[in-house]
Design a protein. Structure first.
Length: 252
């Protein structure tokens, strides 16, 4: 399908994450927004055009998500834009993606009225094929015998299925930070199976409190497995590869 980017770039874009008390997450989100704006600008025929990309959080923001959407919507209208694309940067189809964000978007649309159309796009984790390829390439770059794909985890029925599917495609096993099986359980199982070089791939957007806790957990586990190397990889981060995954959400 041919994308008419000149038309699409007349919309504004709002990146939505869960939010965190850790300032690193917001700094990374702002950097990602700038990278996406630059990337979209390169697709426009107008050299002076600068796509409008904003950020918002579901939690820990100065106001509610619908309040943030309305604020960005008013700014978009002031620039003559008539559409806004809301891009949820969530990896799992949990309650936030299925219920919370759509409800906040609906409230914002009701408040702002028909003068601006607010389009809610698919969540980032829906890019299963591209995410799988990205993770596979990251895993190939390290000399590791076997990998654990570590996700936050969802208590929603079927919510962890995407992680299981991706793990199977990259020859890894899944573990979860908030539900079973835990990281410690999966490391123990792999060590008992004879593996001596185990990589842990955090299926998270950015570094923050949870990735710090993961690193601390691995440090505490190492004395239990003195003959095993435990290698912690980086989360997705503010890479151009992640920018391209977000761009694919816009193309849908």
């Amino acid at each position: 399908m041919t994308i008419n980017w000149d038309k699409k770039l007349l919309s504004s874009y709002l990146l939505v994450t869960h939010g965190s008390r850790d300032p690193r997450s917001q700094l990374a989100l702002e950097k990602l927004a700038k990278l996406l704006s630059d990337r979209l600008a390169n697709l426009s025929n107008y050299a002076a055009f600068s796509p409008i990309v904003g950020t918002a959080t579901l939690e820990f923001g100065a106001t509610s998500l619908h309040g943030q959407i309305c604020e960005f919507g008013k700014y978009s209208l002031s620039l003559g834009l008539k559409e806004m694309q809301v891009l949820p940067l969530f990896l799992l189809p949990g309650v936030h993606v299925i219920e919370d964000i759509p409800a906040e978007v609906a409230i914002a649309q009701q408040i702002i009225g028909e003068k601006l159309t607010i389009n809610l796009r698919s969540h980032l984790g829906s890019q299963t094929v591209n995410l799988t390829n990205w993770l596979a390439n990251q895993m190939k770059s390290a000399t590791i015998e076997t990998w654990i794909l570590l996700s936050h985890g969802s208590r929603r029925t079927g919510g962890n299925l995407p992680v299981e599917e991706i793990a199977a495609k990259v020859n890894a096993i899944a573990a979860y930070w908030s539900v079973s099986p835990s990281l410690e359980t999966q490391i123990t199982n792999l060590v008992r199976g004879g593996h001596q070089k185990i990589g842990i791939m955090p299926y998270f957007l950015f570094n923050g409190g949870i990735t710090d806790a993961i690193g601390q957990t691995i440090k505490e586990l190492k004395p239990q497995f003195p003959h095993t190397e435990l290698h912690l990889a980086n989360p997705l981060g503010t890479s151009l590869e992640l920018v391209d995954l977000i761009r694919d959400l816009i193309e849908q």
